[in-house]
Design a protein around this ligand. Structure first.
Ligand code: SF4
Length: 279
């Protein structure tokens, strides 16, 4: 077996999935356990695999590139680079064939999906069109959802992020970047927290949960999110729990679920701040 040492043509700066892919052998040999080099590269970017796990990549090059990848929780989550990559190949997706499976419909050649109560239109190049300027962070998860979702309908089997086996690598980041900011927000002003969530919720108050307040949000048609709040009480601080439906594992990749949590937490924080909230 030969290892790849002579392909370091990766420019400086932050690595993208495409950069990682360019450094790999490209043979899709499967020795890493993934079916293709692209699948392996995507998992490396997401922090779920390490470059060193490709036996065909030179160890020194792997170490050098790994150093440049850094901590997945601290990467640029604006998604601009990822978006570029996703859109480059989005033309291969048959929107009309996917529409019904994904809970959407076609209008004038665009796929229409309802996300957080608003209509979003996706064109054939992966461009997103909407009157809503609050949530550009949905763009990457939405493209992946349209491209990859198995179209499995949610059945009310709610689990915490940490219980989704495929998301295990993202759990610390989800706690740090999603749950903790939401808990701080709720602790600073529970009423405002509830008012902000209600702006986006499909339903407030769901049976079967022990929380003081529950909100059902639907960032993607088949990927609902449930937020539960326990208000602060005597010595106990406010607590926020976030649940996904078990079918999320079939409908969206773990990184995109993290992105949705992060996007929601940041959006709620911005709106609360505009209403004068100081944490
Ligand atoms: S072992 Fe390396 S070369 Fe083979 S498929 Fe995996 S990433 Fe590609």
């Amino acid at each position: 077996m030969t290892t790849r040492a002579s392909k370091p043509a990766v420019p400086g700066g932050q690595l993208t999935t495409l950069d990682i892919l360019k450094s790999l052998d490209g043979s899709n040999c499967g020795e890493c356990g993934e079916r293709t080099c692209l699948a392996f590269a995507a998992l490396v970017f997401q922090g779920q695999r390490r470059l060193e796990q490709c036996p065909r990549l030179d160890a020194r090059l792997a170490a050098e590139l790994s150093g440049r990848l850094g901590d997945p929780g601290e990467r640029d989550w604006t998604g601009e680079t990822l978006l570029r990559e996703l859109r480059q190949r989005f033309g291969e997706v048959d929107l009309a064939a996917r529409a019904g499976l994904l809970g959407g419909w076609m209008r004038d050649g665009r796929l229409v999906l309802r996300c957080l109560g608003k209509l979003f239109e996706l064109d054939r190049q992966g461009g997103l069109h909407s009157d809503c300027h609050q949530n550009p962070w949905l763009h990457v998860p939405l493209l992946r959802y349209v491209r990859d979702s198995a179209g499995v309908p949610p059945r009310g089997d709610w689990v915490r992020f940490a219980e989704l086996g495929y998301a295990s690598n993202w759990v610390p980041y989800f706690s740090h970047r999603v749950l903790e900011p939401l808990a701080r927000l709720a602790g600073a002003d529970s009423e405002l927290f509830c008012d902000v969530l209600e702006l986006f919720a499909e339903q407030r108050g769901l049976a079967g949960f022990s929380h003081d307040e529950t909100f059902l949000l639907r960032p993607l048609p088949l990927v609902p999110v449930l937020v539960g709040l326990n208000r602060a009480e005597e010595e106990l601080p406010a607590e926020v729990s976030v649940y996904f439906e078990r079918s999320a594992e079939r409908n969206l990749d773990a990184e995109s679920l993290f992105r949705i949590g992060l996007g929601l937490a940041q959006m709620f924080g911005r709106i609360a701040a505009r209403h004068g909230l100081r944490e």
